[in-house]
Design a protein. Structure first.
Length: 228
């Protein structure tokens, strides 16, 4: 697994380098910016797994930079690291989009624990985004696998694409024309039954042996994926 990359935006050179060294000793990659302007340039240029921000930064302060980062990347974890420890300061940091707020002076092991907790949460959230669910049906977009409950279901590439499309539109009737355009990239030909054939393939695999049926036909309209 690739090491997470952490950006440290801190104008106190000795502290920034100390944090960087400590993190690298614990298996992280780091990059350092010593002012807010460079921090913004770096965050505009690439994605980081986590960002540590001082508040009192030259050029662009940490609150402003946090808001800029959030506008570009709503999900990257941000820890604000500052000597400003009042409740108002913390609330402002959270209001600007910080996930955590550590007041100086601090122990490195506390910072490390907070980083690990935020990265674990971030990885889990990213992982959940790759899973589509309805009832006990789960589609894993990374591994291209499907299961109902504990039962794995083998699908062809087209069956998988059709099922993914239906799940993404769960609760909504999708027409044969919609399916033809999205899955086969063609205009719907009323003389072909290819869509009915593939829907039947899916029904046999994900519905036939299960008490709760998920794929339903709306006659003259199309198909809908829903729990009865």
């Amino acid at each position: 697994m690739q090491e997470p990359t952490i950006l440290i935006v801190e104008d106190h050179v000795k502290m920034a380098d100390s944090i960087s060294s400590g993190l690298e000793e614990n298996g992280f990659k780091t990059e350092v910016a010593y002012d807010g302007f460079i921090g913004k340039r770096l965050t505009d240029a690439k994605e980081y797994d986590l960002i540590i921000l001082d508040v009192n930064l030259p050029q662009i302060n940490g609150y402003e930079l946090c808001a800029m980062i959030r506008a570009k990347n709503p999900s990257v974890p941000v820890i604000m690291l500052t000597a400003l420890g009042s409740t108002e300061d913390k609330l402002l940091g959270f209001d600007k989009g910080a996930d955590d707020y550590i007041v100086k002076p601090f122990e490195f092991r506390e910072l490390l624990a907070r980083i690990k907790a935020l990265l674990k949460r971030s990885i889990q959230e990213t992982r959940n985004e790759q899973l589509l669910r309805i009832a006990d049906l789960v589609i894993d977009l990374d591994s291209k696998s499907v299961r109902r409950g504990d039962t794995p279901i083998e699908l062809t590439a087209k069956e998988f694409a059709l099922l993914e499309y239906l799940v993404r539109n769960k609760g909504r009737v999708v027409s044969k024309a919609d399916i033809a355009e999205k899955i086969w990239n063609i205009n719907f030909d009323t003389g072909t039954n290819v869509i009915e054939v593939y829907v039947n393939f899916l029904r046999k695999k994900i519905d036939k042996n299960f008490p709760v049926k998920l794929i339903h036909t709306h006659i003259g309209m199309g198909y809908i994926l829903k729990e009865m």
